[in-house]
Design a binder for this molecule. Structure first.
Ligand SMILES: Cc1cc2nc3c(=O)[nH]c(=O)nc-3n(C[C@H](O)[C@H](O)[C@H](O)COP(=O)(O)OP(=O)(O)OC[C@H]3O[C@@H](n4cnc5c(N)ncnc54)[C@H](O)[C@@H]3O)c2cc1C
Length: 288
């Protein structure tokens, strides 16, 4: 690794200005779990690391007046998993966080770092997209808020500008009567990262599905909602037939990644399997 300058700015505006002045030569650092690997593998070659550790606006967990959960970007995966506030607000988010990586990474890696790095083989983006979450981006120029769908742009790419920081992740109030589930598929138990993940949130009225969000992650370059699969559920009572239709629709709606961890054909097949499993669990259906 080459020599690096290191700073710990005391304010968000100052951190943002350093990044604005230094451009590509500077990198923000939260837990460092992704960044240090990228430096060692020479995928990134910054000359200046800007630690976010002193930035109070990036910390905290609270529920606002609208009932939305507001998570500071520096929250650790383990803190998300262990927080009674998070569990009360959306248990699927707690359950997801408890399964990220391994205990070491969960104790060091932040939710904000995970989202900003935009590695497709991760868990939080899919869960947060299904929960209709938004992100608050802040810089010395001001603050803006984006839905997750606009924040996630492409393979290792988000909508964040080089001088912007992810400050807060906002998860709207849980809609009464909604049900949600997050699942991931790992090819072998020794792997930490998901090969496919599926997040689903639905609402039933009189036994009929009136709202559905189905999200596929890890198998694709950028986590995505699959509207065609959602349409298979809307207006119907949950059944095996509807689930089968949704799984088939999801399989044909995606352009799967094709790499050393798994071929596109295998990933597509496993998306079908995982959508079936997740929706069956979500709607509590068992084979008779
Ligand atoms: C062995 C291993 C297994 C893993 N398995 C999984 C897994 O199963 N599931 C999963 O979801 N993830 C997994 N991960 C990824 C892990 O979740 C991320 O590495 C971690 O969350 C990144 O957070 P960090 O705080 O360490 O980010 P850092 O490494 O500090 O930063 C990552 C990137 O984000 C930028 N950044 C960080 N915070 C901000 C911010 N607030 N605003 C703007 N930019 C910012 C940095 O500049 C950098 O480019 C794994 C990682 C490892 C090393």
């Amino acid at each position: 690794m080459h020599d690096l300058d290191y700073s710990e700015p005391p304010s968000l505006a100052e951190a943002s200005r350093i990044a604005a002045d230094l451009g590509d030569s500077a990198r923000f650092m939260a837990g460092g779990t992704a960044l240090m690997l990228a430096l060692r593998q020479r995928m990134l070659r910054p000359t200046h690391l800007v630690s976010l550790s002193r930035l109070a606006p990036l910390r905290g967990i609270e529920v606002d007046a609208q009932g939305a959960l507001r998570l500071g970007a520096l929250i650790l995966h383990n803190e998300v998993a262990a927080s009674p506030i998070v569990r009360l607000h959306s248990a699927m988010l707690s359950d997801m966080a408890a399964r990220v990586a391994n205990p070491q990474v969960r104790n060091q890696g932040t939710l904000g770092g995970n989202l900003c790095y935009a590695d497709p083989s991760t868990d939080p983006p899919g869960c947060l997209l299904a929960l209709d979450a938004r992100v608050v981006l802040a810089s010395h120029r001001g603050v803006r808020e984006l839905p997750m769908a606009e924040f996630l742009v492409d393979y290792f790419t988000t909508a964040i500008e080089p001088d912007e920081l992810l400050q807060t992740i906002v998860v709207p109030a849980w809609v009464p009567g909604s049900i949600g589930r997050y699942d991931r598929f790992l090819r072998t138990a020794a792997e930490h990262r998901p090969m496919v993940n599926v997040a689903a949130v639905a609402r039933l009225e009189g036994g009929v599905c009136v709202q559905a969000r189905i999200v596929i992650g890890a198998a694709v370059a950028v986590t995505q909602r699959v509207g065609a699969a959602e349409d298979c559920l809307l207006g119907h009572a949950p059944s095996w037939e509807r689930i089968e239709a949704a799984a088939n629709a999801a399989m044909v709606s995606i352009a799967p990644l094709d790499d050393l961890r798994g071929s596109a054909a295998y990933r597509r097949e496993m998306v079908g399997v995982q959508v079936r499993r997740t929706l069956a669990q979500l709607f509590n259906l068992t084979r008779t």
